[in-house]
Structures are given as structure tokens and as C-alpha cells.
Design a protein around this ligand. Structure first.
Ligand code: PDD
Length: 294
């Protein structure tokens, strides 16, 4: 198993995976992406990721030059070249689409064809203690992008807002940073969505709070239904997280990670709570079932 990359239709190894410095993705951060993983060798919730990829592209007036079937084909061939697939371990997949190569101008017509890059590498689960004990998060000072500026709904390659938030979290020794929106409400984490559990229900900020419409977040509404746990959108503030019965974060690569400490305060008695554990078990069962061809 290795890392393989498809750059504009050409399969190459890590060392040869390059794009031009005149690509507007590099020059201006003009591009969008998706991160997927496989279960049982199959890209999980592929259709939903393709829909979000196209929605992100539309929000920056970018035309994706491939059909969903062609993108799925690139995922398959890149995984195969990396020695990944059914029976050989799950894959991390990333697709990036940028404006392409052109003159140093913001005019989209300066570029010809968008660049499309697919990365396939082995998926690595977070360490087992993350799920056994939960993680520390901190409320960071970096405010999530205003939706009227660079909307957090765009899964953009321009990740400076997130990177600055995460830098603060790293500096404070935390696993993740929780970002507030311009109104001071909780929005999401720097690379994941946020849920708090109160009185048996899992609550997550509404999209209107300015956050990425996470695919795992969306799936949680279905998982909650299966597991008999109400999952709802609700405006959340610092005190909701600090006073939560339980809390967790969600993302494609990390599934559901329990949060047991916020800004140094213990929550959930310092251990993953029963609602979080029920949802994690239900999530894993549903993810494997969904990918098993049933
Ligand atoms: N990150 N919010 C942000 C800002 C994210 O970057 C991500 C995902 C999420 C969770 O979305 P999803 O459930 O669709 O993975 C929320 C991915 C994993 C990444 O950046 O690679």
C-alpha cells in the first residue's frame, strides 16, 4: 500500500504529483475539494460527496470537467494503483478541483481547463484512546468566516481560516479548536462539526450559523433515528458546550469523537457518555451496512 495521485488524468507517485505555480489554486487559493474514506473498499456516501463538490464548485463559478462516473473511475484506478481496495485496507480519498492555469488575473476566463487531482492513500483511524477516553478541545479566538465573506458552506482549498483556528488549538495542546461565528455563537470545529448532548438529545448548530454542511453531520440525523436518539439543530453558545451532558465532533476521517474536556473544564465526567457511545456504535454499524451492498 502506498500513496498514488491522479493529476489531470495521469497516475503518478507522490514524488511526481505536481501542479504548475501558475495554477490559480496555488496563486489565489481558488479551488474546492472533498475528503472521502472507504468502508469495505467502497467510497462511503459517494453520491452525497459528489453533490457537495458540485455545490462548492457552483459557489465559486467553477465548472467541474468530469461526470460523477468519471470521478468514481478515477477514485477506483488511483486506489488500485495504491494497492487499496476490498480486502486490502480502507482508503483515504481526496479530490481537488482548481481554477486551472492562467494569467495573474482574478478573471475566471484567464484560465482554460480546471485542474483535477485525486489522492489515494491508506486510511488511518485516530488512536483507540481517542474513542476510549475522549479528547480535549478549546474555544479558539479565530472567528469562523462570515457567511457573506467566504461562506463556510464552500468546501474550499483556501483553508487559512481553519488553519489559523487549529494553530491556536495546537498551541494550547488541544485535539481540536471550536470556532464561534461573527455573532459569538458556536459554529463548528476547524476540521469537523460539533454536537452537544443535553437531556438525551444531540444538538448541533444550524447551517445558518455559518459552517460546513458535513456529510457525517447530515448522516447523524439518520443514525439518531435508528438509535432512538433525537438529533436536532439548535443555536449553541459557550455555556451550552461547557454545561453539556456530553459532547462530540464528527468528520469523515474520524467518525464520532467524544469530547471530555473544554478549555480545561471536564465535561461528561471526563469519560465518553452513554449517548455518544450509542451513536458511535450505531454509526459504525450503519456505515458498514451501507457500504456492504445492502
Ligand atoms: N474535514 N467542518 C469542517 C471545517 C471540515 O473541514 C470538515 C471535514 C467537517 C466535517 O465534514 P464531513 O463530515 O463531510 O467530513 C466539518 C475533512 C475531513 C477534511 O478537511 O479533510
Amino acid at each position: 500500500m502506498s500513496v498514488m495521485v491522479n493529476v489531470n488524468g495521469h497516475l503518478v507517485d507522490e514524488a511526481h504529483a505536481v501542479v504548475s505555480v501558475f495554477d490559480h489554486g496555488f496563486l489565489f487559493g481558488e479551488g474546492i475539494y472533498e475528503t472521502l474514506r472507504t468502508y469495505n473498499g467502497k467510497p462511503f456516501l459517494l453520491g452525497r460527496h459528489m453533490r457537495r463538490l458540485r455545490a462548492s464548485a457552483a459557489m465559486i463559478a467553477l465548472a467541474i470537467p468530469l461526470s460523477d462516473e468519471e470521478i468514481a473511475g478515477r477514485f477506483q484506478s488511483t486506489m488500485r494503483a495504491a494497492g487499496l481496495g476490498p480486502g486490502s485496507g480502507d482508503a483515504y480519498l481526496r479530490i481537488l478541483v482548481t481554477r486551472g492555469i492562467g494569467e495573474l488575473s482574478y478573471n475566471p476566463s484567464a484560465c482554460g481547463t480546471p485542474s483535477v487531482v485525486v489522492i489515494a492513500k491508506p486510511h488511518i483511524d485516530p488512536p483507540a484512546e481517542v474513542y476510549a477516553h475522549g479528547v480535549d478541545v478549546v474555544l479558539v479566538g479565530v472567528v469562523r468566516n462570515h457567511p457573506g465573506s467566504v461562506s463556510p458552506l464552500i468546501k474550499s482549498n483556501n483553508l487559512l481560516n481553519n488553519a489559523l483556528g487549529m494553530q491556536e488549538a495546537f498551541a494550547r495542546g488541544a485535539f481540536e479548536g471550536v470556532m464561534r461565528n461573527y455573532r459569538g455563537e458556536l459554529a463548528e470545529c476547524t476540521t469537523s462539526n460539533l454536537f452537544v448532548v443535553k437531556d438525551g438529545a444531540a444538538l448541533t448548530p444550524p447551517l445558518d450559523a455559518g459552517l460546513l454542511a458535513g456529510i457525517t453531520r447530515e448522516f447523524m440525523f439518520e443514525v439518531g433515528e435508528d438509535a432512538g436518539v433525537p438529533v436536532r439543530e439548535q443555536v449553541l453558545r459557550d455555556e451550552d458546550l461547557l454545561g453539556a451532558d456530553e459532547a462530540f465532533l464528527t468528520s469523515t476521517t474520524r467518525e464520532i469523537v467524544p469530547i471530555t474536556r473544554v478549555d480545561g473544564h471536564v465535561i461528561s465526567a471526563g469519560t465518553p457518555g452513554p449517548v455518544t457511545r450509542t451513536l458511535l456504535d450505531a454509526f459504525r454499524a450503519k456505515a458498514r451496512h451501507t457500504s456492504s451492498g445492502h
